[in-house]
Design a protein around this ligand. Structure first.
Ligand code: COA
Ligand code: AMP
Length: 633
């Protein structure tokens, strides 16, 4: 593959390019059309095609003689447990669990919510749902009951698959009370739940509704694959938008399989039989694409790691796993390496392991900051590659591609657009900017296969969120620039989305929750820089008349509102009670000025500001409470 010729072919003749890629996967019926447009002007890939994603991930490999190869290795330092599943084993378990779901009434198109920790049964449930042509929606285990309830009401699952607990370092987090609370809150009630009982935590099952995973499996018969249309949804994955209602990103079957298979060849350069490890969580898009679907569709061995980069048991955890399973390609978020670097700055742990088999390390979820890149590249003998993508795209938009000639690495850049992504930088008026000038990062339509065709039950929001701002372009929500060589530098979000320790969260949602407190007149939540987690949220709250300024009890109360509604994962720990918020003359809160003050200690005074003296008041509060990198002593 040559980068430039592939890139140009994919842009100039997308149908021919993606037809070629589509031929590399197994279809029950090859698509009649490669790219089509519906009445609303939305693009669809591979219409008329019939396939099954679970068949691609499992059955085809068993039929092709790969049955005895490890498909999934489960390594759980938090439970001292390791298990390996061959393709034969995984197919057997998935077929059986498909039988369980079918016995509970799941048919093609029905939704199955999966709220599970990093255990093999989570992967089995995803694949079993895909096998039946059902639509799974995995909810990250770190979300609180309220977030789960919101997703239940939107996806309306017939069945929810869950577990009795997750384990965070040494803390057992009971899931069943959260699940029960979510079902009690949600308007939609699932017909059934299936609960995996873990030795660390038991639970009470509600007769008639809750079923024990083990009992179900012992009574079920295996179920065969159900062919689905290329354009049928495989899953819904909710991600943070700018409001309290998360966006249900829809992934289709055909475009997803073709794009992931392509990415394994072109971006990661992995072949069947290679060991591929994405240290993420099945609740995030990286987990969907690169723990579960892409490695299995490609015939690789994938690793499911129920641990952390540090303290499980030490900062050598990643290196231990890489050596133990001879990992060829490793993928994680920069924040994970910052956590390791903090505990092992000189890389003493890495020296204890043989990493000769490791050929590349990929990072995503947030920008790979230059200090972390330099530290990592100095310790490793292989390329360290920053690549940029989103839940919406499902696979990388920009990357240094190992399947082509490796490009020079420029720190702070995710390198160049992957074939299929026509990345442009536009100014406010929708005009292309000159190189090195910052603007909105957009992608010219059509998006390549694998990217979201719509939002679940909300075509209108899909249109307004992504397609209306600049007609003919998909709005990524990120800002940045391209340099003279076409390298893309993604500098951060232009909306209310923040990235906290590689987790995407909405400050708008946090503002809605805090604004609901009886004492709060108005508030702003901004993502401020954090050395370890990249960003963390900080709240700035104006009280209603009659509530005492400096009320000591209020901050913990507001912190608890976010923790119990969104989850601990929000990392909402800093609240400042302020007299006023800086605003424009038209009344818009100047969140960016607050953020810049917290990060840098000073900010330019916007020409639109109503009263510049408010910025001094905010600065004093930041200083007093030591909020923000500029004020931490
Ligand atoms: N279930 C329940 N709680 C969870 C959770 C889960 N799956 N994940 C995180 N939490 C909790 C944590 O226990 C913590 O709770 P606490 O406030 O009571 O201590 C809180 O949410 C914040 O978690 P986090 O921000 O992850 O901080 P941490 O100190 O626990 O771990 C890192 C820090 C850097 C080690 C961790 O964030 C990490 O590994 N990040 C990488 C993320 C990633 O892989 N993202 C995917 C993109 S590639
Ligand atoms: P998510 O949907 O959770 O994958 O988060 C997507 C967002 O994370 C993007 O819109 C970016 O803001 C950010 N992001 C992901 N990868 C990168 C990267 N390599 N460089 C810069 N930002 C990134």
């Amino acid at each position: 593959m040559s980068y430039l010729s592939d890139f140009h072919e994919a842009i100039n003749n997308p149908e021919k390019y993606w037809q070629k890629q589509a031929k590399k996967i197994h279809w029950f019926t090859f698509p009649e059309t490669i790219l089509s447009k519906d009445k609303q002007g939305h693009y669809h890939w591979f219409e008329g095609g019939k396939l099954n994603t679970c068949y691609l991930a499992l059955d085809q490999h068993v039929l092709n003689g790969r049955g005895d190869q490890p498909a999934l290795i489960y390594d759980s330092p938090v439970t001292n447990n390791k298990r390996s599943f061959t393709y034969n084993d995984l197919l057997e378990k998935v077929s059986l669990f498909s039988g369980v779901l079918a016995d509970l009434g799941i048919e093609k198109g029905d939704r199955v919510v999966i709220y599970m920790p990093m255990v093999p049964e989570a992967v089995i449930a995803m694949l079993a749902s895909a096998r039946l042509g059902a639509i799974h929606s995995v909810v990250f285990g770190g979300f609180a009951a309220n977030e789960l309830a919101i997703r239940i009401d939107d996806a309306k699952p017939k069945v929810i698959v869950s577990s009795t607990c997750g384990i965070e370092f040494t803390t057992v987090i009971p899931y069943k009370p959260l699940l029960d609370a979510a079902i009690a809150t949600a308007k939609h009630k699932p017909d059934h739940t299936i609960i995996l009982k873990r030795p660390q935590e038991d639970c009470t099952l509600i007769a008639g509704r809750d079923h024990d995973w083990k009992d179900c499996m012992s009574q079920a018969s295996p179920h065969d694959v159900i062919p689905v249309a290329s354009t049928d949804p495989l899953y819904i994955l909710y991600t943070s938008g700018t409001t309290g209602k998360p966006k249900g990103i829809v992934r289709d079957n055909g475009g997803h399989a073709v794009s992931l298979n392509f990415s394994m060849e072109a971006i990661y350069d992995v072949s069947p039989g290679d060991v591929y490890w994405a240290a993420s969580d099945v609740g995030w898009v990286v987990g969907h694409s690169y723990i579960v679907y892409a490695p299995l569709i490609r015939g690789c061995t994938t690793i499911l790691f129920e641990g952390k980069p540090v303290r499980t048991p030490d900062p050598g955890a990643f290196w231990r796993v890489i050596e133990e399973y001879n990992v060829k390609t490793f993928f994680t978020a920069p924040t994970a390496f910052r956590a390791i670097k903090k505990e092992d700055p000189d890389g003493k742990f890495i020296e204890q392991y043989n990493l000769l088999g490791l050929e590349s390390v990929f990072l995503a979820g947030e920008r790979l900051d230059p200090p972390t890149y330099e530290w990592l590249a100095g310790l490793l003998d292989c390329p360290v590659i920053d690549h940029w993508w989103q839940t919406e795209t499902g696979w990388p938009i920009c990357s240094n591609m190992l399947g082509t000639e490796l490009k020079e690495i420029k720190m702070g850049s995710a390198t160049v657009p992957v074939p299929g992504f026509d990345v442009q930088i536009l100014n406010k008026n929708g005009q292309k900017v000159r190189s090195a000038e910052t603007g909105s990062i957009v992608i010219k339509l059509p998006l390549p296969p694998g990217c979201l065709p719509t939002l679940w039950n909300d075509n209108e929001r899909y249109q307004t969120s992504y397609l209306s701002t600049f007609p003919g372009y998909y709005l990524t929500g990120d800002g940045g620039y391209k340099d003279k060589d076409g390298y893309v530098f993604v500098m951060g979000r232009t909306d209310d989305v923040i990235n906290v320790a590689g987790h995407r969260l909405s400050t708008g949602e946090m503002e809605e929750l805090i604004g609901g407190h009886e004492a709060v007149a108005e508030c702003a939540v901004v993502g401020i820089a954090d050395e370890l987690k990249g960003q963390v949220p900080a709240g700035f709250v104006v009280l209603k008349d009659g509530y005492r300024l400096g009320n000591e009890d209020l901050a913990p109360e507001l912190i608890m509102i976010i923790r119990s509604n969104i989850g601990a994962v929000a990392n909402f720990k800093q609240v400042a009670i302020v007299k006023r918020l800086p605003k424009t003359r038209s009344g818009k809160i100047l969140r960016k000025s607050i953020r810049t003050l917290a990060d840098r200690g000073q900010t330019a005074i916007p020409s639109t500001i109503d009263d510049p003296s408010i910025l001094d008041e905010i600065k004093d509060v930041l200083q007093d409470q030591q909020i923000g990198m500029a004020f931490i002593k």
